[in-house]
Ligand binder design. Structure first.
Ligand SMILES: [Zn+2]
Length: 240
């Protein structure tokens, strides 16, 4: 168990070093991630808008074709109107003409409506496209900056990641996952007894518990912050 505690303490040190390396990159990784997310969302929106526009185009074209059909019919009806033989036939053809004229009017309104909606959708799409271009340019610049910084830190990262790997393989999966869980919530997962307090949260540790922790025979969690506390005497031991 003492070895496990020592390894956990080392793992925390390596991870803190990795955090420091990450810090030298500043906000860049976050900015890049945000831009990538924004671009993904906008692209989806633009694709949806394009689909919407395509639907309007086909609805508008259908209205246009229907108008042409009715106009064709109207022409025929009007010719037939001159050839009717009785009132009954005249009334029937007049009814057809009224219906066709009414339909042309209604379809004309629909056509206009589709045109209006389409032009609104098109200007919205244009806004998306402009924003997409801006974000993409910004992303390109930021990525180049990040690549520049990363090149400088790459060696350190490799070194620490290698150290990390060596430590992790010597710990049980269970303990590593406990460690990761605390770390993801707290930033640091392992603290040390410092001046009878937890170095992570600064709260005092009762003397009885300090004695227990110094026995190095179990994983002891701080009652206040939940971090793993290791003995202040532990790091002084020679490692490996
Ligand atoms: Zn604590």
């Amino acid at each position: 168990m003492e070895e496990t505690l020592r390894l956990l303490h080392q793992l925390q040190k390596v991870d803190s070093n990795l955090d420091d390396v990450e810090d030298t990159k500043g906000d860049l990784p976050e900015i890049v991630k945000n831009l990538e997310e924004k671009i993904a969302t906008l692209s989806e929106k633009a694709a949806a808008k394009q689909k919407y526009i395509d639907e309007f185009v086909s609805s508008r074209n259908k209205a246009d074709n229907d108008i042409k059909d009715f106009e064709e019919k109207l022409k025929k009806y009007k010719e037939q109107q001159y050839q009717v033989r009785n009132n009954k036939e005249y009334d029937a053809i007049t009814k057809e003409i009224d219906f066709a004229e009414e339909s042309v009017k209604t379809l004309g309104k629909q056509f206009e409506n589709f045109e209006n909606l389409m032009s609104i959708a098109k200007s919205e799409l244009e806004e998306y496209t402009t924003a997409l271009t801006e974000y993409s340019e910004a992303l390109k610049e930021r990525k180049e900056e990040l690549a520049e910084v990363s090149k400088e830190t790459e060696e350190e990262e490799l070194k620490y990641n290698h150290e990390r790997q060596k430590i992790v393989t010597r710990l049980s999966k269970d303990i590593v996952s406990r460690y990761e869980k605390i770390r993801s919530g707290r930033g640091k997962a392992v603290s040390v007894i410092r001046k009878n307090s937890c170095s992570g949260c600064g709260n005092r540790i009762p003397p009885q518990h300090i004695m227990e922790i110094r026995r190095n025979d179990k994983i002891y969690l701080c009652q206040h912050c939940g971090r793993i506390i290791v003995s202040d005497e532990l790091p002084a031991h020679a490692t490996r």
